[in-house]
Design a binder for this molecule. Structure first.
Ligand code: NAX
Length: 328
């Protein structure tokens, strides 16, 4: 039996948490032979902590053989202690009439604190994955506070966008989902993101030779993927939760699987036209469990360059909003 790994999850009593925790405990994230201890962190609000107790009761009632312990806390120092993976799902939602800048600053405070605490108390091999929005910039903020853990360990999730793009291409081409490969998301997890269809393949052929409707690829395809979150809110009356949890399972599973090729928002070093030090979605290849390299060498045409410039602009603006906060 392997030693259990400690998985800290913030926002554990929220919508995404309610789908996510059961998948982690079942083995979907770390594999069917990897025991886990869940360290569940909620905001210090009575209602949230009470809800968390209910979720933990349900986890108990699943009798998952891999689940070796549950910690419940509203103290991040306890929740992140010795954590091997820190899944930062909890965030302050955008309230009515709230400006984007205020949202960035309010969440900035949360992610500064969490970045410092993770750096102080998490395991030496800790990896951090950010889901709470604005995910890319929250991830940059948390990483900015770390002195011990390298910035590359901090990733933000664009996998939901990748999964959405894969399905849309498969539907348009009338092929099985698995025929679509190498569809990567560049930039921000926001409607400015760019699903780089020109590099995708369908049944081994360039996607653009299978789907020859360039106007659809550049227009409705990019728009559907970029605005899918809003479409789900309009239809369901609540934001994506099960699909977001599933995407986080995929994000981490791919990051612990050497050879996996997938989209992750990582610290830019200037590749593909992104400013250095923004966290931007890019194609990566997992090297060893938890580590990756950015895949280089994809050529960008003028359309791709303009899309990347737009999403990079948004990322640099977000960074400017919080620059004072993080002292950079
Ligand atoms: P919920 O509002 O259902 O749950 C969030 C939970 O976080 C709440 O229970 C709240 O009490 C908790 N929380 C707030 N501040 C906290 C703190 N400082 N420490 C610990 N817990 C804290 O939201 P949910 O639908 O679960 O979504 C969570 C986040 O994911 C949101 O920011 C949302 O915008 C973001 N999303 C990101 C996606 C992505 O692809 N990157 C897609 C889905 C989702 O929209």
């Amino acid at each position: 039996m392997k030693t259990p790994i400690r998985v800290a999850v913030t926002g554990a009593a929220g919508q995404i948490g309610y789908s996510l925790l059961f998948r982690i405990a079942s083995g979907a994230m770390f594999g069917p032979d990897q025991p886990v201890i869940l360290q569940l962190i909620e905001a210090p609000i009575e209602k949230a902590m009470k809800a968390l107790e209910g979720v933990a009761m349900e986890l108990d009632d699943c009798a998952f053989p891999l689940l070796k312990g549950i910690v419940m806390t509203d103290d991040a120092k306890v929740g992140f202690k010795d954590a091997n993976w820190c899944l930062l799902v909890g965030a302050k939602p955008r309230g009515p009439g709230m400006e984007r800048a205020d949202l960035l600053k309010d969440n900035g405070q949360i992610f500064i604190g969490q970045g410092q605490i993770i750096d102080a108390v998490a395991a030496a091999d800790a990896r951090i994955a950010v889901v709470g929005n604005p995910a890319n910039t929250n991830c940059m903020i948390a990483a900015s506070q770390a002195k011990r853990l390298p910035a590359e360990r901090f990733t933000a999730m664009v996998r939901l966008d990748q999964n959405r793009a894969q399905t849309q291409l498969a539907k348009k081409a009338g092929v099985d989902l698995t025929a679509v490969q190498n569809i990567f998301i560049y930039g921000n997890h926001s409607p400015t993101m760019f699903p780089a269809f020109a590099h995708a393949t369908i049944s081994g052929k360039p996607a653009t030779s299978v789907i020859t409707d360039t106007a659809w690829l550049q227009g409705p395809f990019c728009e559907t993927v970029g605005k899918r979150g809003a479409a789900i809110i309009a239809a369901r009356g609540a934001s994506s939760a099960a699909s977001a949890a599933n995407a986080l399972v995929d994000h981490v599973r791919s990051l612990v699987t050497p050879g996996a090729i997938h989209s992750v928002a990582v610290k830019s070093n200037g590749l593909y036209g992104f400013d250095a030090n923004v966290w931007a979605g890019m194609p990566v290849r997992t090297t060893t469990p938890g580590s990756y390299e950015v895949i280089t060498g994809y050529a960008m045409d003028d359309f791709a360059k303009s899309k990347i410039a737009a999403t990079n602009k948004e990322l640099t603006e977000e960074r400017a909003f919080v620059a004072e906060l993080i002292g950079k």
